[in-house]
Write a protein that binds this ligand. Structure first.
Ligand SMILES: C[S@@+](CC[C@H](N)C(=O)[O-])C[C@H]1O[C@@H](n2cnc3c(N)ncnc32)[C@H](O)[C@@H]1O
Length: 473
């Protein structure tokens, strides 16, 4: 297709994508997913009754694999809302910024989050998206809709693909999300908006109308009985149905929402989308989840959610964000080909003791963490600092630690967690857990995730003296 223009190439992209999607639909499901663990952010998992037997799902891996799994495991026609915010073809790599403790100092380390570079540029980009969009339509319920969030670089081409897959008659809106931040140019108008395409699956779709304020230039003009008018510090206004141009600030440097993930979207944006196009109890899916804004908002609005992202930093960011917000329990799955180059966490002591109040308590003393810094995908300028930290206070490189205090040998249920935040840059090395289930405990599962997203887990068997003989470190 080398010498053809993009318009000439579109039919081939559509043909290839349709064929690939149909092959995926027709083949038997090969199990490429490993069920990993359940995360419980509230106190006692045994007492939790899952509403409708539903448990939210967080996947790490390529979304094409997850789409196939969902389609073949009963989710065809079951999803009310899909929001996607894929890479925009910016031809750059995105970073996450992590603040790490280095003695009394703080270091900012930039770590790779995801790539937005494509072998054949626009062609590969559109081809990748087409197959996925085709299959996403299969997942949507009859009352479902999809939001595709892009910008000036590819929106026009993707609109053509979407018309092909969903039918032009099901196109509902192009939402303009306008903001003030970002760069300016002297050579063209400053680019200050993203574009969000909205399509329904069919005619009878969920749409909950929302209202916004419309100001009447400072005076009270209508005086019609049927039009209610209100006043606030900006003047008189009426309430009108939400329009398709949305002025919402980006998640700025000082924003409370900010989690340090480059392309994080504001909760207000997702609130509008999820509220309008799903109901309580609906399943809402984000196949390019990034920092997890969709799940965080879905949770607040009582929707069920599924999120997918292939990046380690993304999964780590989402996990901490969900735990922080005391989300309902969720399953973490990984696709089998996910790369993990783990370090190793050593512990000094692990014992179940009776504390001063006569209550059983699990005491764990962490020793140190080791990892080969030269193997990590960070710029060379950070490597020496990281090696220094590793020598001085290696636990500063642990981002998250999760424990199943009564591991049954199958799926770890992580009901205790500790993690780094900007206010607490190092996890506690002395862990004390009180839990009535400790009396039955035979195995302890400990998992840690380092600041780069690499995971390491071990199972410790408790001996008859209610302790573990720890390995030499
Ligand atoms: C623009 S970001 C999403 C940001 C997100 N909306 C938020 O609020 O944080 C795009 C994400 O898509 C992920 N991604 C790209 N290709 C993917 C694929 N094939 N499967 C799963 N995730 C993918 C990247 O890792 C990245 O986190």
């Amino acid at each position: 297709m080398a010498d053809l223009s993009i318009i000439e190439k579109l039919p081939q992209i559509i043909k290839n994508g349709t064929e690939e999607a149909r092959n995926i639909l027709d083949r038997p499901l090969e199990n490429l997913i490993t069920e990993k663990e359940i995360i419980i952010t509230n106190s006692n998992y045994r007492e939790i009754v899952y509403k409708d037997k539903w448990i939210n799902q967080l996947y790490r891996g390529d979304n094409l694999i997850v789409i196939e799994k969902l389609l073949k495991e009963g989710y065809k026609g079951k999803i009310d809302l899909i929001y996607i915010d894929p890479p925009f073809l910016t031809k750059t790599n995105y970073m996450g910024r992590i603040t790490v403790k280095n003695g009394e100092e703080k270091e900012i380390i930039e770590h790779f989050a995801y790539r937005d570079t494509w072998e054949d540029g626009l062609i590969t980009y559109l081809q990748t998206l087409y197959t996925r969009l085709y299959l996403m339509r299969e997942l949507l319920s009859d009352k479902g809709s999809i939001y595709v969030h892009l910008d000036y670089r590819t929106i026009h081409y993707v609109k053509i693909l979407m018309d092909q897959i969903f039918g032009g008659e099901n196109f509902l809106n192009e939402i303009i999300w306008a903001y003030k931040s970002g760069g300016v140019s002297k050579r063209y108008y400053s680019r200050k908006h993203d574009n969000i395409l909205v399509y329904s699956k069919g005619e009878d779709y969920i749409f909950n109308v929302q209202k916004e304020k419309s100001y009447n230039r400072g005076f009270k003009p209508y005086r019609f009985k049927e039009v209610e008018e209100f006043e606030d510090e900006l003047g008189w206004y009426t309430l009108v149905n939400l329009r398709d141009v949305w002025h919402i600030d980006m998640v700025g440097r000082t924003s409370k929402e900010r989690v340090g993930y480059d392309t994080q979207k504001p909760e207000e944006l997702l609130q509008r989308i999820i509220y309008s196009s799903s109901n309580e109890g609906s399943i809402v899916v984000d196949f390019f989840a990034g920092s997890g804004t969709t799940g965080i908002v879905a949770e607040k609005l009582n929707r069920k959610w599924i999120m997918v992202d292939k990046g380690a930093l993304s999964l780590n960011t989402i996990n901490k964000r969900l735990i922080e917000s005391k989300s309902s329990p969720y399953n973490i799955f990984k696709t089998k080909n996910v790369f993990n180059e783990p370090g190793k966490l050593f512990i000094k002591n692990l014992a179940i003791i009776e504390n001063e109040e006569g209550v059983e308590e699990l005491n764990i003393e962490l020793d140190r963490y080791i990892i080969d810094i030269d193997e990590i995908d960070v710029k060379d300028k950070y490597k020496d600092k990281l090696k220094e930290i590793l020598l001085k206070e290696s636990l500063a490189l642990i981002d998250f630690i999760g424990i199943d205090i009564n591991y049954d040998g199958r799926i770890p249920v992580i009901s205790w967690q500790d993690y780094r935040t900007n206010d607490k840059l190092i996890i506690d090395s002395n862990i004390k857990i009180m839990d009535k289930n400790l009396k039955d405990s035979r195995k302890i599962y400990i998992k840690c995730v380092d600041i780069f997203g690499f995971e390491y887990s071990t199972v410790y068997e408790i001996n008859s003296e209610r302790m573990v003989i720890c390995q030499e470190s």
